[in-house]
Design a protein around this ligand. Structure first.
Ligand SMILES: NC(=O)c1ccc[n+]([C@@H]2O[C@H](COP(=O)([O-])OP(=O)(O)OC[C@H]3O[C@@H](n4cnc5c(N)ncnc54)[C@H](O)[C@@H]3O)[C@@H](O)[C@H]2O)c1
Length: 353
């Protein structure tokens, strides 16, 4: 393993330590190299891997948090999101209007308390853009992490677009809560799959220690070792290795518990504050308990994750635990999604005041 200083970064204070570490170089493989080989597997396998620039696709709750973590670790980060569907005619060629969703995501990163960035000025390492005008910039990135809505088709389409753009050796990962990697990478070529894995961060990204790493069937061991090392030493996470099974580890247990508690609340006529009083510190659990956690996650995301799992665990004796009660659907329809829309089970305000 070798390390290199980041010549393009000039950060004069403590953040420089992170910047230095962020540009760590990792000799991925000591295997003998046939440089004349036309085999993409060998060429990508034996590269020296570095993460100098990353791209985060999706600027929502998790994408914003991951971009903030990377920027705080000294990594230049491109944060992309879709062009808004509802642009007025006069806005269609206006870059600011086209980047509105990513800009909103970045503004949320800046405003969120407790802070997602280690230092406010870390935000300077984040550039925003959109998935139509800035897609080619992904070719500059060493790691592309997909953090879009929990929908198989949307993720599959995105990976299909990324495949011809990513540079050789660039790592591509998904922050999916539990959609199988096998399905997301279906149709992609060998080189893509060898550099593809799951990197499942938890919310809020800066504060949650857990990072699940999910190998795909074809992910190169060197890629996995590199990402585990980067996640642990550069991003400060604790790695849990997960298999490519529905919802991996944390969510397989967590979402089942959450939906089951909601079902029982209705059945037993218990109130939301009562459930949260029970499932918080009184049981040695975080003070966000059940419903504040649901607000933090986003009710839409929670419902997607529960539904995806229900569809996938056809043989599970407790499959019915993943059926969200009817009131969840009504809240989603009313845009009561939790913290991201400032109202869910509780009302939340993002500003410190
Ligand atoms: N919220 C959590 O606590 C949490 C935790 C871990 C993992 N995840 C996973 O992270 C991913 C993102 O979740 P989130 O909570 O940030 O969701 P979010 O709703 O906050 O953000 C989703 C983003 O996807 C974008 N998007 C919507 N349609 C799109 C399309 N067609 N193409 C590209 N982008 C599109 C949206 O503009 C938005 O920025 C999901 O896979 C989710 O399961 C969420």
């Amino acid at each position: 393993m070798s390390r290199a200083g980041p010549s393009e970064f000039n950060i004069p204070d403590a953040a420089g330590v992170y910047a230095f570490m962020g540009a760590i170089a990792f000799q991925a493989s000591s295997k003998a190299v046939d440089m004349n080989s036309s085999n993409a597997y060998l060429q990508e396998d034996t590269m020296i891997r570095k993460i100098r620039q990353a791209a985060v696709i999706g600027s929502g709750v998790m994408g914003g948090g991951i971009a903030a973590l990377l920027a705080s670790a000294g990594v230049k980060t491109l944060l992309l999101d879709i062009v808004p569907f509802d642009l007025k005619e006069e806005e269609k060629n206006d870059p600011a209007a086209r980047n509105r969703i990513a800009k909103t995501g970045l503004d949320t990163v800046i405003m969120t308390q407790p802070a997602l960035l280690m230092q406010p000025k870390d935000v300077d390492r984040i550039r925003i853009g959109n998935l139509e005008d800035d897609f080619d910039k992904l070719a500059e990135c060493d790691w592309i992490v997909e953090v879009v809505v929990e929908n198989l088709k949307i993720k599959q389409d995105l990976f299909k677009r990324i495949e011809p753009v990513r540079k050789a050796g660039a790592i591509v990962s998904s922050n999916t809560s539990g959609i199988p990697l096998k399905q997301m990478s279906e149709g992609r070529g060998a080189a893509f799959k060898q550099n593809f894995l799951g990197t499942h961060f938890f919310n809020p990204v800066r504060y949650m220690k857990l990072l699940e790493i999910i190998p795909g069937a074809e992910t190169l061991p060197e890629v996995l070792a590199f990402m585990a090392d980067f996640g642990e030493r550069i991003l400060g996470k604790g790695i849990v290795w997960a298999k490519d099974t529905p919802n991996f580890v944390g969510n397989r247990i967590g979402v089942q518990g959450m939906i089951k508690a909601m079902q029982l609340m209705v059945e037993m006529g218990v109130s939301i504050p009562e459930v949260d009083a029970l499932f918080g510190p009184a049981m040695g659990r975080p003070k966000t308990a059940m419903f504040k956690t649901a607000d933090l996650v986003g009710l839409d995301t929670m419902a997607h994750v529960a539904k995806n799992t229900y569809d996938l665990v056809t043989e599970d004796e407790s499959r019915a635990d993943f059926i969200a009660p009817e009131f969840i659907g009504k809240m989603i329809a009313a845009k009561m999604l939790g913290k991201k829309t400032k109202v869910g089970f509780y009302k939340t305000d993002l500003t410190p005041e």
